[in-house]
Design a protein around this ligand. Structure first.
Ligand SMILES: Cc1cc2nc3c(=O)[nH]c(=O)nc-3n(C[C@H](O)[C@H](O)[C@H](O)COP(=O)(O)OP(=O)(O)OC[C@H]3O[C@@H](n4cnc5c(N)ncnc54)[C@H](O)[C@@H]3O)c2cc1C
Length: 369
């Protein structure tokens, strides 16, 4: 089949990383095609955007979108971590002000819309089902609404999230540091007085940790993080089993029952481990966001890092196409530095919880690297 369109850069994946890359490239006047398989209103996990994201959103020119997007302000994290008592970290002392609890579907859509405004062509519900590298560049098959179309582009950015579908297909190896998994569900409030708590609540337990946060729909996301081999999957994916595991918490249980929250959908599971690619750049491709570096949700840095690495990937590729021979190597080196800083923070955060040093979940995280 003849390729119907030529683009300088094809970006596969329209999450924060792909959208930020599209924005950066389109602003440099390059012809960009952003392809995303997701349905625009599908629920998406990952809602906490910390205050530190604000300067980056401003650099990307999307801060107003976020401020006016109906997301909830978040003023603090409160955690029972290292002690059974709750400890609050207030954002009021943060230079950038408050953070947000996002409506992720709306947030991601607003980023894609900003990319469109900057001149990128964005296709939603468009799954890239085949990728081939040939002498004249990349050929992609795209399935959308039951139709298959073909496009050609010179460069590809892999922003497919944790699947890292393109980088792995073209030889990169995803190096996993752990096997953290999340079991999560949404809870709806009861008829009692509406809750106004804008904090993320984190609670460590003997075999992992829990968190809950309110999202703009009025629901709460509740998630349990543990290692895959320690999890009773069948139990945690059943409503009864998830509720009984939640019953072993102290603070989460209290918050949920105080406001009459009830489980609203079936619990689901997701990969939540720390991982990185062994290389971030290959012949004709770059990886950005979770595809390149996946962080533990404890860090609350996944979205910010996806935006940042997406923007940097776009800038590096634009510089490379303008003749800067070191730009891509510089990008790869920069991601290695970001990963190193993340790893130090992860070790320090898990090091703060020492109540269950002999339990496998914590012992693994206290081991010197
Ligand atoms: C339990 C949990 C809680 C989290 N909580 C937070 C949090 O509070 N704060 C935070 O900052 N981060 C959080 N994260 C992490 C955060 O959600 C991710 O880091 C972020 O979404 C990464 O963005 P991305 O653009 O790299 O990938 P994604 O957001 O995963 O986007 C990838 C996109 O690629 C598309 N795609 C994949 N394959 C194809 C294909 N073949 N063709 C077309 N499209 C394709 C997908 O449809 C998807 O839209 C959490 C993660 C987990 C697991």
């Amino acid at each position: 089949m003849r390729a119907e369109l030529n683009a300088h850069v094809g970006i596969v994946g329209g999450g924060p990383a792909g959208a930020a890359a599209a924005l950066a490239l389109a602003r440099e006047g390059l012809r960009v095609l952003l392809l995303d398989a997701g349905k625009p209103n599908d629920f998406k996990l990952g809602e906490g955007l910390p205050p530190g994201a604000r300067p980056l959103l401003r650099d990307l020119g999307v801060l107003e979108h976020v401020l006016n997007g109906g997301h909830l302000p978040s003023y603090a994290n409160v955690s029972a971590w290292g002690s059974p008592n709750l400890h609050s970290t207030d954002f009021i002392f943060h230079l950038s002000g408050h953070g947000w609890h996002l409506d992720r579907a709306r947030f991601d859509a607003s980023l894609r819309q900003a990319a469109t405004s900057a001149g990128a062509e964005v296709r939603q519900e468009a799954a890239v089902t085949r990728v081939e590298q040939e002498a004249d560049g990349w050929h992609l098959s795209i399935e959308s609404g039951g139709n298959v179309s073909e496009v050609r582009c010179d460069w590809l950015i892999d922003a497919t999230g944790r699947r890292a579908a393109i980088a792995r297909r073209y030889g990169a190896i995803r190096q996993h540091a752990d096997a953290l998994v999340a079991f999560f569900a949404r809870f709806r409030p009861g008829a009692r007085a509406a809750e106004r708590d804008g904090r993320t609540l984190v609670e460590a337990t003997p075999d992992g940790w829990w968190y809950t946060a309110r999202i703009p729909s009025g629901e709460r996301v509740v998630a349990y993080l543990t290692d895959a081999d320690l999890a009773d999957r069948a139990r945690l994916l059943s409503p009864e089993g998830f509720m009984s595991a939640l019953g072993e918490t102290v603070h989460l249980q209290t918050v949920l029952s105080e406001h009459g929250y009830a489980l609203h959908d079936r619990p689901r599971g997701a990969d939540a481990g720390s991982a990185r690619l062994d290389r971030f750049v290959g012949s004709g491709w770059l990886a950005a966001g979770d595809a390149a570096l996946s962080f533990d949700p404890l860090s609350s840095q996944g979205i910010t890092t996806a935006l940042y690495t997406g923007m940097k990937a776009g800038q590096a590729l634009a510089a490379c196409l303008a003749g800067d021979r070191d730009a891509l190597e510089g990008y790869a080196g920069h991601l290695a530095t970001v990963h190193e800083a993340y790893w130090k923070n992860r070790s320090s955060s898990y090091g703060d919880e020492r109540r269950w040093v002999n339990r496998p979940f914590w012992a693994r995280r206290h081991r010197p690297e």
